[in-house]
Design a protein. Structure first.
Length: 278
């Protein structure tokens, strides 16, 4: 049984028009122990102008390491989502994210299958995903980096679908980053799903969903970028934590919400629940 901790996904500052470093400082102020940055390929205007939180993998990876260390935080993982079933788009990106993670101090790189190409069949997509993940695992294994497969798109929206992707490549580098909010919105039971994957869990996206959001979209979508504050929605966090405690490794509950106010309410709700006496 590993240790549980709470992190802040930097998506929490997506609407604040502030740079990565500002978000790291806010995470520390709010009492988080970890951060989960998002990385991108090449140059992007809003990030370069310091109006957006993502970090270019053309930047020195020590930009992330130094910012975290300065704030007294650790990095839980990198958010490197893209279409795993499109190796032409995501293959080199994912491998570079793994190399970047090894230098910036992130033990996990999170990704999902993304939106499929309209001209490929399901079987072809799984062959393409196997290619992408095999190549990525060859980069991850010698560096000790884990790849967290997330439930977020057309194939991973069910437990069987996510397991099929997980089983495409036999590698100790490949695990599961379960997203509680995505699982719920896809019409699944997030607690049963968590029970199913807890032994393979390498990271957790702690995402809550409002009742209004649930009523509007549950069973109609495969996920959402960010949720509400943990404790404000439909997810039973005490139950989630009870299950995650059984994971064989340390797990960070990376809060994936859409504002600093939501992040603050989330950490205040989750911290007391991590106390074994709670």
């Amino acid at each position: 049984m590993g240790r549980l901790a709470i992190g802040m996904n930097l998506e929490a500052i997506r609407r604040h028009e502030k740079p990565f470093e500002w978000g790291v400082e806010k995470a520390a102020e709010l009492g988080f122990e970890y951060i989960e940055p998002m990385v991108h390929w090449g140059r992007e205007l809003m990030s370069e102008a310091r109006y957006y939180h993502t970090v270019s993998m053309w930047d020195d990876p020590y930009r992330i390491r130094r910012a975290a260390e300065k704030a007294g935080l650790k990095v839980s993982g990198l958010q490197a989502h893209g279409p795993v079933c499109r190796p032409d788009m995501h293959g080199d990106y994912l491998k570079q994210a793994i190399r970047y993670a090894a230098e910036c101090g992130a033990p996990v790189v999170n990704t999902d299958e993304g939106i499929k190409a309209p001209w490929t069949t399901e079987e072809e997509d799984h062959v393409l995903m196997r290619y992408t993940l095999y190549e990525a695992a060859q980069v991850a294994e010698p560096r000790g980096i884990l790849i967290g497969l997330e439930c977020h798109a057309q194939y991973s929206k069910t437990p069987d679908g996510l397991d099929r992707i997980y089983n495409l490549v036999k590698s100790p580098a490949i695990g599961i980053n379960l997203d509680t909010g995505n699982a719920y919105l896809a019409g699944q039971d997030p607690y049963a799903w968590l029970e199913r994957v807890v032994d393979r869990l390498v990271h957790l996206h702690a995402k809550d969903i409002t009742v209004q959001h649930s009523d509007a979209e549950r069973g109609k979508v495969t996920g959402t970028p960010v949720g509400c504050a943990c404790g404000d929605g439909v997810i039973d966090w005490r139950r989630v934590i009870e299950i995650v405690r059984r994971a064989p490794r340390d797990i960070v509950l990376s809060v994936e919400c859409g504002s600093i106010d939501d992040a603050e309410r989330s950490v205040k709700h989750l911290k007391p629940l991590l106390d074994p006496k709670a």
